[in-house]
Design a binder for this molecule. Sequence first.
Ligand SMILES: C[S@@+](CC[C@H](N)C(=O)[O-])C[C@H]1O[C@@H](n2cnc3c(N)ncnc32)[C@H](O)[C@@H]1O
Length: 273
Amino acid sequence: MACTDSDYAYLREVVMTQSANMIDPSRNSLFDSKLTPLARMAGASNLEDFVHLLRSDRPAHLHRAVAEAMTINETSFFRDVKPFDLLRETILPRLIEARRHQRSLRIWSAVSSTGQEAYSLAMMLAEHLPEIALWDVRVIGTDISRQVVEYARRGRYRRLEVNRGLPARMLLKHMTREGEEWEMSPRIRAMCEFECANLCGLLPKLPVFDLVLLRNVLLYFSQEDRSVVFRDVHQHMAPDGYLLLGNAEQAEESTNLFEVEFSANSYFYRPVF
Ligand SMILES: C[S@@+](CC[C@H](N)C(=O)[O-])C[C@H]1O[C@@H](n2cnc3c(N)ncnc32)[C@H](O)[C@@H]1O
């Protein structure tokens, strides 16, 4: 038997409550493709029975698993060229200059998915901060999905993944081949750490960040949840820090805690205090 509209509405509500992700009713088929394996693992014979189980027992771990399974984890190394040009040419030189006495940098890849964004930042820093060994650099990646956090922690990528966005020169310099996979070098891995965190829940203890990348997630949140996320991100930022959003994302309509700044056809945000 197929799910009813009411079943899909219930699944949308579970996802919204758990992760603040809004799923449009036109995308109901995503529930079928993404939740059927989870339903089987939970002992249900089909998605409809699984919804019944979710409704009747309200098992917290399964509600959370539903939200995690419904996340869109699309990412790649140096995803979108422009923001990384902006980082290389404008933001990192400014930050390096501003922190040259403390020799410390804290960077947050706030929805890190499988880790490529965090590792791209670490590789970029290794290339553009010659005395990096004398600096204390931490790139912290967080994501709601335990599965992608585990994947990021492994620091190993398939050929298809390294072929997306990672220049061959950087691949050979910062990764080594291990059978069918490529492994990040210990030097790059030592800069990066990954943790589970729900941006729309209680955040774990995090340091004050000099740079935050919050890319390609706001589009799934309501205006109200975006405002809350901006408020929390603002609280975790240094007064002279930098915030980068995804190409199609803006802060202006959701918050007045950040000010936009333009540079070479790109934009980024500075916190207002
Ligand atoms: C499209 S990926 C973006 C990855 C990377 N920032 C990029 O731009 O390539 C979106 C990520 O947001 C995560 N996500 C969705 N809702 C979240 C929430 N409420 N808290 C934390 N992470 C969330 C998903 O698990 C997914 O890995």
